[in-house]
Design a protein around this ligand. Structure first.
Ligand SMILES: NC(=O)c1ccc[n+]([C@@H]2O[C@H](COP(=O)([O-])OP(=O)(O)OC[C@H]3O[C@@H](n4cnc5c(N)ncnc54)[C@H](OP(=O)(O)O)[C@@H]3O)[C@@H](O)[C@H]2O)c1
Length: 293
């Protein structure tokens, strides 16, 4: 069973940048209509012009929406309903992280992360899924993260939101077996986008090495290949896929221990492996590493 992308209507959140924009570019050759959602409307409009140049028969709907505001999400859905836009495939891609100690983060920022990464996908899915089930055709593509099954000090809230999305997507997929609705989760490792800039992690030591990083275009391509095959979980990028396989063999205690140097570095500005540490001459590497570092 394939998701109804071809000649269907696909709504993509976070289409103004990174993975979402690349998904839109690649879907423009296949979908009948794309609904592009984000806050930066001028970017969405520029993308619409670019997509129409590639495929003049494509329908493109630009919807400026702050996904951190549930009433704006409701207005977006009402507007689609009024204009008789029936969504066949929902891509929950928009997301953000923020680096820092939890107690020092502003509550506004924490709330925004939870609203965009968790509440908005829940609300959009809730409002669009019933019709998909009734029509016996539909697709939900959720962009999670490599951190959905790991731990990372400094990104506790982001990490938690992606753990939530992981459990939600896997359970939803089981609920929807045999209904005609395809559910796939993509858990990317490090992808070259604006994510690190927004999260404040672009200058951290121990950033993921170049052999592990992939482009947003590659991430989108592998995400769609997995979705077309109705795969439950996609890890884009060969090297990262191997890393995921190896780390899945590690006991939880080892993953916890792996996070300790980064946690110490974050709270005290020093680590047992820090060059400034009098007991060692070694340099600290942040634990785990792919995304956000
Ligand atoms: N890059 C990575 O290394 C990586 C790795 C694993 C998972 N991911 C996940 O991949 C997804 C896409 O991220 P990306 O890497 O492409 O990052 P990005 O380039 O920063 O794009 C994030 C997108 O989310 C949108 N967004 C953020 N806050 C929003 C809000 N309040 N309302 C509406 N839209 C909002 C942004 O649009 P506006 O700012 O215009 O609103 C933008 O289009 C995220 O879910 C992220 O967690 C990324």
């Amino acid at each position: 069973m394939r998701p109804p992308i071809d000649s269907g209507t696909v709504l993509i959140t976070g289409a103004s940048s990174g993975i979402g924009r690349e998904l839109a570019r690649q879907l423009a050759r296949r979908a009948r209509t794309l609904v592009l959602v984000a806050r930066r409307e001028e970017r969405l409009e520029a993308l619409r012009d670019e997509l129409l140049e590639r495929n003049p028969t494509l329908g493109v709907v630009v919807e400026r929406c702050d996904l951190a505001q549930p009433d704006e999400v409701d207005s977006l859905l009402d507007s689609l309903h009024r204009h008789l836009v029936r969504v066949d495939v929902l891509v929950n891609n928009a997301g953000l992280g923020d680096y820092g100690l939890y107690e020092q983060e502003s509550w506004a920022r924490i709330h925004q992360m939870v609203q965009v990464n968790v509440t908005a996908p829940l609300l959009l899915t809730h409002r669009l899924l019933r019709r998909m089930v009734e029509r016996k055709r539909g697709g939900i593509l959720n962009i999670g993260s490599c951190w959905a099954r790991a731990f990372l000090p400094g990104l506790a809230v982001y990490n938690g939101t992606k753990h939530f999305l992981d459990g939600f997507t896997e359970s939803l997929r089981l609920e929807l077996m045999g209904t005609g609705v395809v559910v796939t989760q993509v858990a990317p490792g490090p992808v070259d986008t604006e994510f690190n800039e927004v999260a404040g992690t672009q200058t951290l030591a121990g950033r993921a090495p170049s052999w592990l990083r992939i482009s947003a275009a590659q991430c989108a391509r592998e995400a769609l290949e997995g979705f077309d095959r109705a795969r439950p979980l996609v890890h884009p990028g060969l090297a990262y896929r191997w890393l995921v396989r190896m780390s899945s063999l590690m006991p939880r205690g080892v993953l916890r221990a792996a996070g300790l140097p980064a946690a110490r570095q974050l709270r005290h500005g020093t680590s047992l492996l820090d060059p400034a540490h009098p007991d060692t001459g070694q340099r600290v590497l942040l634990a785990g590493g792919p995304e956000g570092v």
